[in-house]
Write a new protein. Structure first.
Length: 277
């Protein structure tokens, strides 16, 4: 079969994706991924039992924290992302690790791959940021061969990053019509509803990754510099010093509340694996 199932994009949707691409290209997400969450990639590869010779797609791959370890397991890997500006760092990291893989610009809601192209499809806190969840879920299943495996790591609504988005919401632009909040992908029932009876053998477990910052203020300042969604919110309110001050205080309070006595935070995510019927 071919990739004729890829939907035609409207002008509004193209504009939205252009905005998303610019958001993720701002700041320095590759550094954030390397500093804070690189270990999640190998966790996801292990959870889905990626094997030599399998064809693997990493959706919203960023700089490759899933794609690179999958390639090192001997898989044939395509790292896809809406924001190809992230690939420069990914290619360097892959070369340093001795991993060979393909980097491909691709929208998670309109993947440019034929039906049943991959044995395994993965995404680590990536596909969750595609605004139209059902379209992204459909594309993920479409490109995965029957009997193939999917694996997802997504921040939970109740976890630290989910709470961060709630803190930023009053200062952020409203979601476009039809879009859904990213942390819903961290709710097991929401994900099950997206895929319906197209998947089987579902396993879902809430886990945490330990993150260290000396203070809540240090967390806030790091995200203001590195994380595209946080940068976008600050850019939106830049001309209102009172709003900036209020967001500064709210994010610092969130960070300080999450820090334990040793200076560690526990960021919760949902690890979900399944088989495509």
């Amino acid at each position: 079969m071919t990739d004729t199932a890829v939907p035609t994009r409207s002008e509004a949707d193209r504009a939205l994706k252009t905005k998303h691409r610019a958001m993720w290209a701002s700041g320095d997400y590759p550094t954030l991924a390397s500093d804070l969450i690189w270990e999640l990639g190998p966790r996801l590869v292990a959870a889905t039992d990626v094997r030599p010779g399998e064809r693997v797609l990493d959706i919203a791959a960023g700089s490759g924290n899933v794609a690179i370890p999958a390639a090192l397991h001997g898989a044939t890997v395509v790292a896809s992302d809406l924001t190809p500006e992230l690939f420069e760092t990914g290619r360097r990291l892959a070369a340093e690790a001795g991993a060979e893989l393909e980097w491909r610009e691709a929208d998670a809601e309109a993947l440019p791959f034929a039906d049943d192209s991959f044995d395994v499809a993965l995404s680590c806190v990536g596909i969750m940021f595609a605004p139209h969840h059902r379209e992204a879920a459909h594309q993920l299943v479409r490109v995965t061969a029957p009997g193939g495996r999917i694996g997802l790591i997504s921040w939970t609504p109740e976890g630290f990053i989910g709470r961060m988005f709630k803190v930023m919401k009053p200062f952020a632009a409203p979601l476009p019509e039809g879009a859904q909040p990213a942390p819903l992908w961290g709710d097991e029932q929401h994900v099950r509803d997206l895929f319906g009876d197209r998947i089987a053998d579902v396993t879902a477990e809430r886990q945490t990754v330990e993150i260290r910052f000396p203070t809540g203020e240090a967390f806030r300042d790091y995200f203001k510099q590195h994380y595209g969604p946080t940068i976008a919110v600050y850019n939106r309110i830049a001309d209102d010093p009172d709003q900036v001050a209020a967001l500064d205080a709210a994010l610092a309070a969130l960070g300080n509340d999450a820090l334990d006595a040793s200076g560690a935070m526990q960021w919760e995510y949902l690890l979900l694996t399944a088989r495509v019927r």
